[in-house]
Design a protein around this ligand. Sequence first.
Ligand code: 2HG
Ligand code: ZN
Length: 464
Amino acid sequence: MMRAEDHDLASEIAGIVGQEHVLRDADLCASYETDWTRRYTGASRFVVRPGSTGEVAAVMRACERAGAAVVPQGGNTGLVGGSVPRRGEVVLSLRRLAAVEAVDDAGGEVTAGAGVTLAVLQEHAREAGWAFGVDLASRDSATVGGMIATNAGGIRMMRYGPMRAQVLGIEAVRADGSVIRRMPGLRKDNTGYDLPGLLCGSEGTLAVVTGARLRLVPALPSRAVALLAVPDARTALALAARIRAATPAVEAQEVFFAEGIELVCRHTGLSLPFARAYPAYLLVECAAQTDPLPALAEAIDSASGVLDSAVASDRRLREELWQYRERHTEAISAEGVPHKLDVAVPLGAYAGFERRVREAIVSAAPGARPVLFGHIGDGNLHVNVLGLEPADERASNAVLRLVAELGGSISAEHGVGVAKIPWLHLTRSPEDIVAMAAIKRALDPRGILNPGVILPMEPLSARG
Ligand code: 2HG
Ligand code: ZN
């Protein structure tokens, strides 16, 4: 039963976006209220789907006047509970802002709406002879706005940087409905605070991203992928470094382990890539103007520790090898609701961390099952833990404390969301947290944008 004030706000907003774009029916709202992990779920006040920046601004003005909290949402592929409602917030879906302009060939740039999916952006760039620098497994659902809000990293981060490195300009709506629009199409622009950079990774807490001017990268026609079986993470790390030193064409370096590939094969029907199972796997992709395979093959042949290998240049075969890595998330979810701990440690500590984190998990929560994989080239490991109740934080606590001890980050690329707030102080100082709270208050004084994400509801004090 909808409360009278909910009804008034919903009716006012229906007057802005049209009745059909305010969803109140539980069945229609359901997919906006649970994230990909299925661990984070909550009821919304209603879901609103504006169709233009002007409509987003009018919706924000109405919500701010009513003191109604808003959760901005893109493709809802987040993994830290930052894109779904928690306490009856309005869900503001940006997916209808899906216009993409013609590629600017002179600069290699494109302007895209927040709701454009990564797959559409990639195809659009490809048709114009360019490529986009960020790629990730959820490309069919993840949107430009969501990827900016979370500063998405993904599989090519080691070559092209995260989303922040692609954003040349931004359009965003503040809580009071005012529009920040800075899309100069300039590579150099040192005129004050870098607002696009600030909004990257702000997880919908500072403003609602409605569009962006994005840098494109040259399309590289020749590609090669190698899947290498190795005895352990230490060998994978040494091999990854050796390949990086041998060729500048490296675009991705990923790691996964026996437990992950076993789950992938069991849940997807794929067969193991080699005649037998191995403890660890390194997947490498190289891309260049000319065939990168000879340099990659030479680096592999001259390395020690490779137990088995498969290399592919042909597109279909390359995609087949990637499946073993990309289908981890889906296979883990098919097994249960995981706790997801996306962490980074210095490369020198990576192999030791991989071993110690498994021990830390099973000793903190006997019976818990770690499944590890990640972007080894970036020192990023996705520590997934199965077999725990949603509220059981014993493993999270042990893992994140170990990360902090090793000088790492408690969130490498997925963000803080609601999931990591209790541990933020492990790797951000009290002064950092107070500065972040001050920025939040300055841009959203009534605290209606994604409250309870990144920072706790009550900002911490430096002395507290
Ligand atoms: C990936 O690298 C994503 O595939 C998801 O960041 C990671 O499911 C995960 O833990
Ligand atoms: Zn990842």
